[in-house]
Design a protein around this ligand. Structure first.
Ligand code: GUN
Length: 292
Protein backbone atom coordinates (compact mmCIF):
# COMPACT_ATOMS: atom_id res chain seq x y z
CA UNK A 1 0.00 0.00 0.00
CA UNK A 2 1.32 3.43 -0.97
CA UNK A 3 0.62 6.28 1.42
CA UNK A 4 -0.08 9.28 -0.79
CA UNK A 5 1.78 11.79 1.32
CA UNK A 6 0.60 15.34 0.78
CA UNK A 7 3.63 16.70 2.61
CA UNK A 8 6.03 15.10 0.15
CA UNK A 9 4.02 15.80 -3.02
CA UNK A 10 3.16 19.41 -2.09
CA UNK A 11 6.78 20.12 -1.08
CA UNK A 12 7.89 19.03 -4.57
CA UNK A 13 5.37 21.34 -6.27
CA UNK A 14 6.24 24.22 -3.92
CA UNK A 15 9.97 23.79 -4.57
CA UNK A 16 9.43 24.28 -8.32
CA UNK A 17 7.28 27.37 -7.68
CA UNK A 18 9.85 28.77 -5.25
CA UNK A 19 12.63 28.42 -7.82
CA UNK A 20 10.56 30.14 -10.52
CA UNK A 21 9.70 32.96 -8.13
CA UNK A 22 13.36 33.40 -7.15
CA UNK A 23 14.24 33.85 -10.83
CA UNK A 24 11.55 36.56 -11.15
CA UNK A 25 12.94 38.45 -8.17
CA UNK A 26 16.54 38.09 -9.41
CA UNK A 27 15.50 39.72 -12.67
CA UNK A 28 13.92 42.65 -10.79
CA UNK A 29 10.35 41.60 -11.45
CA UNK A 30 7.73 41.88 -8.76
CA UNK A 31 6.55 38.77 -6.90
CA UNK A 32 3.17 37.18 -7.66
CA UNK A 33 0.56 38.61 -5.29
CA UNK A 34 -2.44 36.79 -3.81
CA UNK A 35 -5.17 38.60 -1.90
CA UNK A 36 -7.29 36.44 0.41
CA UNK A 37 -10.55 37.84 1.74
CA UNK A 38 -11.97 36.49 4.98
CA UNK A 39 -15.42 37.54 6.17
CA UNK A 40 -16.16 36.93 9.85
CA UNK A 41 -14.11 34.57 12.00
CA UNK A 42 -15.20 31.00 11.29
CA UNK A 43 -12.54 28.88 13.03
CA UNK A 44 -11.87 26.51 10.13
CA UNK A 45 -11.77 29.35 7.56
CA UNK A 46 -9.28 31.24 9.77
CA UNK A 47 -7.01 28.18 9.75
CA UNK A 48 -7.25 27.63 6.00
CA UNK A 49 -6.64 31.26 5.12
CA UNK A 50 -3.70 31.50 7.54
CA UNK A 51 -2.21 28.45 5.86
CA UNK A 52 -2.70 29.93 2.38
CA UNK A 53 -0.96 33.16 3.43
CA UNK A 54 1.91 31.27 5.10
CA UNK A 55 2.45 29.10 2.04
CA UNK A 56 2.57 32.15 -0.23
CA UNK A 57 5.35 33.54 1.92
CA UNK A 58 7.22 30.22 1.84
CA UNK A 59 7.48 30.28 -1.96
CA UNK A 60 8.31 34.01 -2.13
CA UNK A 61 4.88 35.35 -3.17
CA UNK A 62 3.39 38.48 -1.72
CA UNK A 63 0.12 37.85 0.07
CA UNK A 64 -2.43 40.16 1.65
CA UNK A 65 -5.16 39.08 4.02
CA UNK A 66 -8.19 41.39 3.88
CA UNK A 67 -10.60 40.85 6.76
CA UNK A 68 -14.18 42.02 6.99
CA UNK A 69 -16.64 41.90 9.84
CA UNK A 70 -19.25 39.12 9.69
CA UNK A 71 -22.01 41.71 9.21
CA UNK A 72 -20.39 43.55 6.30
CA UNK A 73 -22.84 44.80 3.67
CA UNK A 74 -22.78 42.67 0.52
CA UNK A 75 -22.49 45.84 -1.60
CA UNK A 76 -19.36 46.97 0.24
CA UNK A 77 -17.77 43.55 -0.14
CA UNK A 78 -18.48 43.60 -3.89
CA UNK A 79 -17.02 47.12 -4.20
CA UNK A 80 -13.85 45.97 -2.49
CA UNK A 81 -13.55 43.05 -4.90
CA UNK A 82 -13.96 45.40 -7.87
CA UNK A 83 -11.19 47.59 -6.48
CA UNK A 84 -8.90 44.55 -6.30
CA UNK A 85 -9.92 43.57 -9.86
CA UNK A 86 -8.65 46.98 -11.00
CA UNK A 87 -5.44 46.86 -8.98
CA UNK A 88 -2.63 45.81 -11.33
CA UNK A 89 -0.41 44.81 -8.39
CA UNK A 90 -2.83 41.99 -7.52
CA UNK A 91 -2.67 38.72 -9.48
CA UNK A 92 -5.05 36.44 -7.61
CA UNK A 93 -8.13 37.07 -5.49
CA UNK A 94 -9.87 34.49 -3.35
CA UNK A 95 -12.82 34.90 -1.03
CA UNK A 96 -12.83 32.15 1.57
CA UNK A 97 -16.11 30.21 1.66
CA UNK A 98 -18.54 29.74 3.30
CA UNK A 99 -19.83 33.30 3.56
CA UNK A 100 -22.44 34.62 6.02
CA UNK A 101 -26.03 33.85 4.93
CA UNK A 102 -26.85 37.49 4.03
CA UNK A 103 -24.15 37.48 1.31
CA UNK A 104 -24.71 35.76 -2.02
CA UNK A 105 -21.77 33.45 -2.77
CA UNK A 106 -22.79 33.40 -6.43
CA UNK A 107 -22.64 37.22 -6.67
CA UNK A 108 -19.28 37.33 -4.92
CA UNK A 109 -17.79 34.65 -7.17
CA UNK A 110 -19.15 36.33 -10.30
CA UNK A 111 -17.72 39.70 -9.24
CA UNK A 112 -14.14 38.41 -9.12
CA UNK A 113 -12.43 39.03 -12.49
CA UNK A 114 -12.10 35.62 -14.21
CA UNK A 115 -8.43 36.49 -14.90
CA UNK A 116 -7.80 36.78 -11.13
CA UNK A 117 -10.12 33.96 -10.05
CA UNK A 118 -7.41 31.62 -8.73
CA UNK A 119 -10.06 29.46 -7.02
CA UNK A 120 -11.50 28.71 -10.47
CA UNK A 121 -15.06 29.16 -9.20
CA UNK A 122 -16.22 31.82 -11.69
CA UNK A 123 -18.69 30.37 -14.27
CA UNK A 124 -16.31 31.47 -17.05
CA UNK A 125 -13.52 29.33 -15.61
CA UNK A 126 -15.92 26.49 -14.78
CA UNK A 127 -17.21 26.60 -18.39
CA UNK A 128 -13.70 26.63 -19.84
CA UNK A 129 -12.80 23.60 -17.71
CA UNK A 130 -15.80 21.70 -19.09
CA UNK A 131 -14.69 22.49 -22.65
CA UNK A 132 -11.04 21.59 -22.02
CA UNK A 133 -9.86 25.19 -22.52
CA UNK A 134 -7.05 26.72 -20.41
CA UNK A 135 -8.62 27.93 -17.16
CA UNK A 136 -8.04 28.14 -13.44
CA UNK A 137 -8.87 24.72 -12.03
CA UNK A 138 -10.40 24.70 -8.52
CA UNK A 139 -7.49 24.14 -6.14
CA UNK A 140 -8.59 20.89 -4.50
CA UNK A 141 -9.26 18.88 -7.70
CA UNK A 142 -6.13 20.47 -9.19
CA UNK A 143 -4.14 19.38 -6.14
CA UNK A 144 -5.50 15.83 -6.47
CA UNK A 145 -4.38 15.72 -10.12
CA UNK A 146 -0.93 16.90 -8.97
CA UNK A 147 -0.96 14.06 -6.43
CA UNK A 148 -1.72 11.52 -9.20
CA UNK A 149 1.11 13.03 -11.22
CA UNK A 150 3.61 13.01 -8.34
CA UNK A 151 3.00 9.33 -7.59
CA UNK A 152 2.52 8.49 -11.29
CA UNK A 153 -0.79 6.75 -10.57
CA UNK A 154 -2.18 5.62 -13.89
CA UNK A 155 -5.81 6.58 -14.46
CA UNK A 156 -6.42 5.82 -18.15
CA UNK A 157 -9.36 3.43 -18.64
CA UNK A 158 -10.04 3.19 -14.90
CA UNK A 159 -13.45 3.58 -13.31
CA UNK A 160 -13.40 6.58 -10.94
CA UNK A 161 -16.21 7.02 -8.45
CA UNK A 162 -16.57 10.57 -7.14
CA UNK A 163 -18.79 10.92 -4.07
CA UNK A 164 -20.04 14.51 -3.87
CA UNK A 165 -21.02 16.99 -6.58
CA UNK A 166 -20.01 20.36 -5.14
CA UNK A 167 -18.77 23.12 -7.44
CA UNK A 168 -15.60 23.27 -5.33
CA UNK A 169 -14.57 19.60 -5.48
CA UNK A 170 -16.83 16.83 -6.81
CA UNK A 171 -18.05 18.29 -10.08
CA UNK A 172 -14.72 19.72 -11.31
CA UNK A 173 -13.00 16.52 -10.13
CA UNK A 174 -15.34 14.43 -12.27
CA UNK A 175 -14.61 16.63 -15.29
CA UNK A 176 -10.84 16.42 -14.86
CA UNK A 177 -10.84 12.64 -14.40
CA UNK A 178 -12.97 12.19 -17.52
CA UNK A 179 -10.90 14.66 -19.60
CA UNK A 180 -8.36 13.71 -22.21
CA UNK A 181 -5.44 14.58 -19.91
CA UNK A 182 -2.34 12.60 -18.86
CA UNK A 183 -4.01 11.72 -15.53
CA UNK A 184 -7.58 11.67 -16.85
CA UNK A 185 -9.30 9.37 -19.36
CA UNK A 186 -11.31 7.64 -16.63
CA UNK A 187 -14.87 6.44 -16.84
CA UNK A 188 -16.46 8.53 -14.11
CA UNK A 189 -19.49 7.97 -11.93
CA UNK A 190 -20.46 11.01 -9.87
CA UNK A 191 -22.64 10.22 -6.86
CA UNK A 192 -24.74 12.39 -4.59
CA UNK A 193 -26.77 11.99 -1.41
CA UNK A 194 -29.70 10.52 -3.44
CA UNK A 195 -27.62 7.81 -5.12
CA UNK A 196 -29.48 4.60 -4.30
CA UNK A 197 -26.90 1.83 -4.67
CA UNK A 198 -23.84 3.73 -3.50
CA UNK A 199 -22.08 0.72 -1.96
CA UNK A 200 -22.37 -1.30 -5.21
CA UNK A 201 -21.11 1.63 -7.26
CA UNK A 202 -18.16 2.23 -4.91
CA UNK A 203 -17.26 -1.46 -5.12
CA UNK A 204 -16.77 -0.97 -8.89
CA UNK A 205 -14.39 1.95 -8.36
CA UNK A 206 -10.72 1.56 -9.24
CA UNK A 207 -10.41 5.08 -7.86
CA UNK A 208 -12.70 6.57 -5.20
CA UNK A 209 -12.70 10.29 -4.44
CA UNK A 210 -14.65 10.89 -1.23
CA UNK A 211 -15.81 14.50 -1.01
CA UNK A 212 -19.10 14.44 0.84
CA UNK A 213 -18.10 15.86 4.23
CA UNK A 214 -19.25 12.90 6.36
CA UNK A 215 -16.46 11.67 8.65
CA UNK A 216 -15.59 7.99 8.26
CA UNK A 217 -18.33 7.42 5.66
CA UNK A 218 -16.34 5.16 3.30
CA UNK A 219 -15.89 1.75 4.95
CA UNK A 220 -13.83 -1.27 3.88
CA UNK A 221 -16.97 -3.14 2.73
CA UNK A 222 -17.52 -0.40 0.10
CA UNK A 223 -14.03 -0.67 -1.41
CA UNK A 224 -12.63 -3.23 -3.81
CA UNK A 225 -9.17 -4.71 -3.28
CA UNK A 226 -6.45 -2.57 -4.80
CA UNK A 227 -8.53 0.62 -5.18
CA UNK A 228 -6.91 4.06 -5.01
CA UNK A 229 -8.59 6.14 -2.30
CA UNK A 230 -8.58 9.94 -2.26
CA UNK A 231 -10.04 11.42 0.92
CA UNK A 232 -11.11 15.05 0.62
CA UNK A 233 -12.94 15.22 3.99
CA UNK A 234 -11.71 17.65 6.64
CA UNK A 235 -14.39 17.69 9.33
CA UNK A 236 -13.61 18.90 12.83
CA UNK A 237 -14.85 16.35 15.38
CA UNK A 238 -14.87 17.01 19.12
CA UNK A 239 -12.05 15.26 20.98
CA UNK A 240 -11.38 16.17 24.61
CA UNK A 241 -7.98 14.49 24.49
CA UNK A 242 -6.79 16.81 21.68
CA UNK A 243 -5.10 20.10 22.57
CA UNK A 244 -7.55 22.18 20.52
CA UNK A 245 -10.57 20.15 21.65
CA UNK A 246 -11.13 18.67 18.18
CA UNK A 247 -9.53 16.39 15.62
CA UNK A 248 -9.69 16.58 11.83
CA UNK A 249 -11.40 13.53 10.34
CA UNK A 250 -11.63 12.49 6.71
CA UNK A 251 -14.58 10.95 4.84
CA UNK A 252 -12.83 7.56 4.81
CA UNK A 253 -12.39 5.10 7.68
CA UNK A 254 -8.64 5.06 7.15
CA UNK A 255 -7.65 2.12 9.38
CA UNK A 256 -9.98 -0.40 7.74
CA UNK A 257 -9.91 0.96 4.16
CA UNK A 258 -6.09 1.17 4.05
CA UNK A 259 -5.92 -2.65 4.45
CA UNK A 260 -7.65 -3.01 1.04
CA UNK A 261 -6.40 0.04 -0.88
CA UNK A 262 -3.37 0.03 -3.16
CA UNK A 263 -2.87 3.73 -2.40
CA UNK A 264 -4.60 6.12 0.01
CA UNK A 265 -4.34 9.71 1.19
CA UNK A 266 -4.21 10.32 4.95
CA UNK A 267 -6.20 13.03 6.76
CA UNK A 268 -4.60 15.28 7.80
CA UNK A 269 -1.49 15.33 5.62
CA UNK A 270 -3.07 14.38 2.30
CA UNK A 271 -5.35 16.35 -0.02
CA UNK A 272 -5.43 19.51 2.17
CA UNK A 273 -1.77 20.23 1.47
CA UNK A 274 -2.27 19.58 -2.24
CA UNK A 275 -5.08 22.18 -2.31
CA UNK A 276 -2.53 24.79 -1.29
CA UNK A 277 -0.15 23.58 -4.00
CA UNK A 278 -2.95 23.96 -6.58
CA UNK A 279 -3.72 27.48 -5.37
CA UNK A 280 -0.06 28.52 -5.59
CA UNK A 281 0.18 27.14 -9.14
CA UNK A 282 -2.94 29.09 -10.14
CA UNK A 283 -1.56 32.29 -8.60
CA UNK A 284 1.72 31.94 -10.49
CA UNK A 285 -0.25 31.27 -13.69
CA UNK A 286 -2.39 34.40 -13.12
CA UNK A 287 0.81 36.40 -12.71
CA UNK A 288 2.30 34.97 -15.90
CA UNK A 289 -0.92 35.63 -17.86
CA UNK A 290 -0.86 39.32 -16.90
CA UNK A 291 2.89 39.81 -17.35
CA UNK A 292 3.49 38.35 -20.80
N1 GUN B 1 -13.84 26.78 1.29
C1 GUN B 1 -13.57 25.46 1.23
N2 GUN B 1 -12.70 25.21 0.23
C2 GUN B 1 -12.42 26.39 -0.34
C3 GUN B 1 -11.58 26.77 -1.42
O1 GUN B 1 -10.92 25.95 -2.08
N3 GUN B 1 -11.55 28.09 -1.71
C4 GUN B 1 -12.29 29.01 -1.02
N4 GUN B 1 -12.21 30.28 -1.40
N5 GUN B 1 -13.08 28.68 -0.03
C5 GUN B 1 -13.14 27.38 0.32
Amino acid sequence: MILLDGKVASAAVKETIKKETAVLLETNKRAPHLVAILVGNNGASETYVASKVKNCEEVGFKSTLVRFDYFIDEKILLENIIELNNDSSVDGILVQLPLPKHISEAKVIQTIAPTKDVDGFHPINAGKLVQGLPSFIPATPYGIMLMFEHYNLQTKGKHAVVIGRSNIVGRPMSILLSSNLPFGNCTVTICNSHTSNLKEICLQGDIIVAALGKPGFVKAEMVKDGAVIIDVGITRVADETAKKGFRIKGDVSFDEVSTKASAITPVPGGVGLMTIAGLLKNTLQAYKNSNQ
